[in-house]
Design a binder for this molecule. Sequence first.
Ligand SMILES: [Zn+2]
Length: 169
Amino acid sequence: MAIRRIIELGDPLLRATSRELLQPSEADPVFCDLRDTLHEFQRSHGFGRGIAAIQIGVPLRIIYIEIRGECHELINPRLEWASKEKFRLWDDCFSFPNLMVELDRHQRIRVRYQDRAGQERQINAEGDFSELLQHELDHLDGILSVDRVVDARTGFATRTEYLRSLGAC
Ligand SMILES: [Zn+2]
């Protein structure tokens, strides 16, 4: 168990495609590090809900999420279905925490994955859980929110400027 360094935008590893796990037990030590690293990020930055293994430099298809008071551990997740209906939001990312990106995500999705015991499971998610899952799934294929910006002229903002636009500071 350890707090790991989060790799940041510009590191080529962030663009790598993560590989599937053959043995779900491979994920056990990674989940411990993801949880510790997420908690440290929340302490130091005041936000943070999900992290993909590649963000701590481990190119395996593993996602760890804490949302709505629950934690979710996903091994080899895949998008099985997505609603045509989308919604627009300002997204952030641990790997460039001061940059906000405006993009569209599917309103509802269904994701299949394996749990730590290797059991097949599925999640039906909507709204903030749905967009968070789509963000983390993208990481597994080396895709970043900056790739999905709605309009490169207007769809980027620093966190400070974004918060100011909301009247929060
Ligand atoms: Zn991210």
